[in-house]
Design a binder for this molecule. Structure first.
Ligand code: MLT
Length: 263
């Protein structure tokens, strides 16, 4: 693990392998460990860069507000820190996808291609935004266990619950590592995030849109619409997986990523 310091806050990241750069942006309330199988597999042919966003994994809890803009600018600062000026393949999973859209709006010259995995382009409905802000207030008082319990059924497919207890356990452990301030900050950041649907028509790099067949948070039909709104997109559905494709069916997901990277 390496770190860089931005705004007096330590941001943790790892760089593995060499070759064309691939930047992996994790979801909520997760950290770079969600990409462990992909990091190991892609590092044979690429330089894989996997940060922990502010407040997650081994990064410091955020001081002050965070937003998609803050997260996206942190990624650009990390690339600067690594002296990577060639465009990267950016891979955004769920909340990481929301960050990827913002990265595109702010730093599109740094993007060679994109993978959008189990994510959404539309903003929160007003009800959803209210429920996120309520959850943030509750996390402040109670910590994050109630949030983890509430999210688990939506994160993985039924068969994962039954057949892959190790994945369920790893997911819980990963989520429990998130700092209270990181979770509160991200809940507000997601509730306040902009609508990215208009951005889709502007994206002119090859993009792979990938989703688990049983994803309850970003269902395949919604993700297919994202693919249809893009100029150059492929659309892949991963079998035997809910939202957490990177862990539930990591072999199929990694294959889809390799296919995109070698196209
Ligand atoms: C994620 O996996 O990053 C979250 O489920 C995204 C969200 O809650 O919108």
């Amino acid at each position: 693990m390496s770190t860089l310091t931005i705004d007096n806050q330590k941001l943790a990241y790892e760089v593995t392998g060499s070759g064309k750069p691939v930047l992996l942006v994790h979801g909520f309330p997760l950290n770079r460990e969600m990409w462990r199988d992909q990091i190991d597999a892609l590092a044979n042919s690429h330089m894989v860069i996997a940060p922990d966003l502010r407040g997650f994994g081994e990064s410091d809890p955020p001081v002050g507000d965070v937003s998609m803009k803050v997260y996206a600018n942190d990624l650009a600062a990390l690339l600067d820190h690594l002296s990577i000026d060639q465009p990267v393949a950016i891979v955004g999973f769920s909340m990481g996808g929301y960050v990827t859209f913002e990265f595109w709006r702010r730093h599109k010259e740094r993007v060679a291609s994109m993978m959008l995995i189990d994510t959404r382009a539309d903003p929160d409905s007003s009800e959803k935004a209210v429920s996120r802000r309520d959850a943030a207030d509750r996390v402040e008082k109670e910590g994050i266990n109630f949030l983890i319990d509430g999210m688990m059924p939506n994160l993985v497919a039924d068969q994962t619950f039954k057949g892959q207890p190790d994945v369920v356990k790893a997911l819980r452990t990963m989520m429990a590592k998130s700092s209270t301030a990181g979770v509160i900050g991200a809940l507000h950041a997601m509730a306040n995030r902009p609508d990215s649907r208009d951005t889709l028509a502007d994206i002119d790099v090859p993009t792979a849109v990938i989703v688990g067949t049983e994803d309850a948070i970003s269902p395949p039909a919604d993700m297919e619409q994202i693919a249809q709104s893009l100029k150059t997109a492929t659309f892949t559905v991963i079998a035997d997986a809910g939202h957490m494709t990177t862990m539930e069916n990591s072999a199929a997901l990694t294959e889809a990523m390799k296919k995109h990277l070698s196209a």
